[in-house]
Ligand binder design. Structure first.
Ligand SMILES: NC(=O)c1ccc[n+]([C@@H]2O[C@H](COP(=O)([O-])OP(=O)(O)OC[C@H]3O[C@@H](n4cnc5c(N)ncnc54)[C@H](O)[C@@H]3O)[C@@H](O)[C@H]2O)c1
Length: 216
């Protein structure tokens, strides 16, 4: 895909993988809306990108993906600023087995809402240009991880949802959208710092991380 002149919306883009995805898109000529619940970090990241890639290349929009109106609003903002959306990366996520309902909302419900809105804004059937929707799951969406059963459940959900949408004959024939699911393995970002209230068994977590070369 030639990214020059394309417009991307990336959730959870203030830091970590979302920031890295955004930087890669920008470096290939796309414009990016960085959506995140972390306002200060998001603004700092946007300023950094504007300095490197140009003032109009990126902007930050506060969005808590677990709040339906916030998600709707960010799509409207991108459309009104850049006129189109070609790439959507549903990336925002947390790892918290204690506040598991919140995690289901952030990691799965928002991906479903984002994908549905993505189709509305991007499908050729509704006047869009088509494009690509990338839902970020995890290797924990493919194999069990006993220290994070709910995280696994939601990430399996992201895989099942995305694959089902992708094989829908209507989406395949008329939308012009490709639906992809990304399943990263452990990557050294904040999400694997596993906060005290995360409900993740700290007897095992550091050993599992160490086994893949990450020392925490
Ligand atoms: N790092 C890993 O090992 C790993 C492995 C597999 C999958 N993932 C997935 O990659 C994605 C990105 O995680 P990361 O590793 O960059 O972690 P991270 O914690 O560095 O980044 C997550 C981002 O999501 C944002 N976010 C959290 N809740 C939000 C909300 N309600 N609304 C909007 N934004 C919110 C955070 O503010 C943060 O900027 C997540 O979906 C995660 O599950 C990460």
């Amino acid at each position: 895909m030639n990214l020059s002149g394309k417009v991307a919306l990336v959730t959870g883009a203030a830091q970590g993988l979302g920031k890295a995805f955004s930087e890669s898109l920008l470096s290939q000529g796309a414009k990016v809306c960085l959506a995140d619940v972390k306002v200060q970090q998001g603004k700092t990241t946007a300023a950094e990108f504007q300095k490197t890639f140009g003032n109009d290349s990126a902007f930050f929009e506060k969005c808590d993906v677990s709040i339906a109106d916030d998600v709707t609003n960010v799509f409207k903002k991108v459309k009104s600023k850049y006129g189109q959306i070609d790439i959507l990366v549903n990336n925002a996520g947390i790892a918290n087995e204690t506040h598991w309902r919140k995690m289901v909302d952030i990691n799965l419900v928002s991906v479903i809402q984002g994908t549905q809105l993505g189709i509305e804004y991007m499908s050729k059937e509704y006047g869009g240009n088509g494009g690509v929707i990338i839902n970020v799951s995890s290797s924990a969406g493919l194999v069990p991880v006993f220290i994070t059963p709910v995280y696994c459940a939601v990430k399996f959900g992201v895989v099942g949802f995305t694959r089902s949408v992708a094989v829908n004959p209507r989406n395949r024939s008329t939308s012009g959208i490709r639906f992809c699911c990304l399943c990263p393995a452990f990557t050294d970002t904040d999400i694997i710092k596993f906060k005290k209230d995360s409900g993740i068994n700290m007897k095992y977590a550091p050993k599992i991380l160490k086994s893949v070369g990450i020392n925490k």
